[in-house]
Ligand binder design. Structure first.
Ligand code: NAP
Length: 482
């Protein structure tokens, strides 16, 4: 038997796994064992990248034998059944103390289930969210690992060696136990949906109301990218809008079918938030906006419905562009605020000690929502770790306050003009709901008590109450709180 030489292994050598394996191999001190179910992918990777010095293996037994103890393997296979199959195979050949890392896009509840099952064998299981797509996997992703503190001891230095670096710090932190990493990765993706939709709404307004052509809008986004909106998504939006279709000579954005796809992590975020009772309305509207776009039959049937809209004429184009920018920034703050609310609620529900400021830090590079703005989030949680809502932190509260007149003009104008701005509008509505002195929830409680005797609390007395609604007078009776 050969002496085990690899300090890390990768199982699954499709695009993500290959790139991650190459990234690992390129860092000093790492020797990488690789395995893929079908051997061709392994052979291709070894042939194309001799410089990586991979230890190619053809069976799970050989793979385990190539790894130094504690054996550490990152799985990058098709999420779902593929992941379960590989975990089963690895637990057969690994030993207590070894570490299995799932770097795929797993649903965090699956990670909780898998961690529990694998832990019973004495092997550590770590669900690690890895963001940044193919390029991130190769050059430095943002990594969100969960799992035990014991596993983090071994895994931490390896992940730090391959993560993206922001202002000298690697974009990886031990997020929390079991499913915490995949949960936070899921919320990251939810925020990404909101961010993208907000940018798309801003573009739509600039185009349809401002009458600005894509190439010029690209310049506006490039300009915005030099200010407080500076982010990867704004940067690539400028690139996308600049692109001209080689066949037609039209802006590429005009020949792309306007039906947005989704791989499901946005929907997971919203489903989880519903379960946790967290209003992530901006993220939800972004997910629904993609769903609406992808209903061609309904859209065709509704196309001739009346708009009943008013002409929205822009008298000062520069002021209009600035209004859109501010509305975008304020709505973005809401999306992040809601996303962090979901992280807080998830941590509470599942018993994770998640450091919110650290999460914002590891999103500063490598991932899709990377932005300067994340430093402000870290600062807000550093100033007040118990901050109840990000939007109430002084920096963000001031930023929103400054944007409010613009935000209201844009949302009102869009409503009057018949232009859909679901994420701008719902974010503003959320903000107004949050700051309201009284909400009509009081009436909802009355209705609930009327038809279902669900009881209510009063503003002036302790206790739980139920009104006898029938009869010619309402009687109020105190009922037992239980
Ligand atoms: P993929 O297309 O999702 O999966 C293909 C890989 O899974 C192949 O190596 C395949 O092996 C393996 N596989 C499938 N079923 C298997 C089984 N039952 N047993 C063993 N291996 C099995 O690959 P990918 O696009 O590289 O993605 C890998 C993971 O990363 C996925 O979880 C995906 O969701 C996630 N991902 C993340 C990002 C990101 O930005 N973070 C981007 C893309 C993907 P064979 O070659 O033998 O078929």
């Amino acid at each position: 038997m050969t002496h085990p030489r690899a300090n890390i292994g990768v199982v699954g050598l499709a695009v993500m796994g290959s790139n991650l394996a190459r990234n690992l191999a390129s860092r000093e001190g790492n020797t990488v064992a690789i395995f893929n179910r079908s051997v061709e992918k392994t052979e291709t990777l070894v042939a194309e990248h001799p410089e990586a010095g991979f230890i190619a293996t053809r069976s799970y037994e050989e793979f385990a034998a190539a790894l130094q103890k504690p054996r550490t393997a990152i799985i990058m296979v098709q999420a779902g059944r593929g992941t379960d199959a590989v975990i089963d195979a690895l637990t057969e050949v690994f030993e207590p103390g070894d570490i299995i890392v799932d770097g795929g896009n797993a649903l965090f509840t699956d990670t909780i289930r898998r961690e529990k099952a694998v832990r019973e064998t004495g092997i550590n299981f770590v669900g690690a969210g890895i963001s940044g797509g193919e390029e991130g996997a190769l050059n430095g992703p943002s990594i969100m690992p969960g799992g035990s503190a014991e596993a983090w001891q071994t895994l931490g230095p390896i992940l730090r060696s391959i993560a993206a670096v922001a202002e000298g710090e690697p974009c990886v932190t031990h997020v929390g136990t079991d499913g915490a990493g995949h949960f936070v990765k899921m919320i990251h993706n939810g925020i990404e949906y909101a961010d993208m939709q907000l940018i798309a709404e801003a573009y739509d307004l600039l185009r349809r109301v401002g009458g600005i052509e894509p190439a010029e809008i690209a310049e506006i986004f490039a300009e915005w990218n030099r200010g407080e909106l500076e982010s990867y998504l704004i940067e690539i939006t400028a690139e996308v809008l600049r692109q001209v279709d080689a066949t037609t000579g039209k802006p590429l954005v005009d020949v792309i079918l306007d039906q947005a796809g989704a791989k499901g992590t946005g929907a997971w975020t919203v489903q989880s938030a519903l379960d946790l009772g967290v209003p992530v309305s901006g993220i939800a509207e972004a997910v629904f906006a993609r769903s609406l776009s992808s209903k061609p039959a309904q859209r065709a049937a509704a196309r001739d419905l009346p708009a009943g809209a008013e002409e929205w004429s822009v008298s000062d184009p520069e002021a209009f562009v600035e209004d859109v920018r501010r509305a975008l920034y304020a709505s973005k703050i809401i999306a992040y605020s809601q996303g962090f609310d979901a992280i807080v609620a998830g941590a509470e529900q599942y018993g994770w000690e998640i450091k919110k400021g650290e999460i914002a830090k590891i999103w500063r590079a490598g991932c899709i929502i990377r932005a300067q703005f994340l430093n402000r989030i870290t600062e807000a949680y550093a100033a007040d770790a118990e901050l109840v809502a990000l939007v109430t932190a002084p920096y963000f509260a001031d930023a929103v306050a400054g944007a409010l007149p613009s935000w209201r003009r844009i949302v009102a104008g869009a409503a009057l003009g018949g232009i859909p701005t679901p994420t701008f509008a719902s974010s503003l509505s959320y903000y107004d709901g949050l700051r309201a002195d009284r909400l009509p929830a009081a009436l909802v409680q009355g209705q609930r008590d009327f038809f279902g005797a669900h009881t209510y609390q009063r503003v002036d007395r302790e206790g739980t109450f139920h009104t006898l609604w029938s009869g010619d007078r309402s009687e109020i009776s105190a009922v037992d709180a239980h």
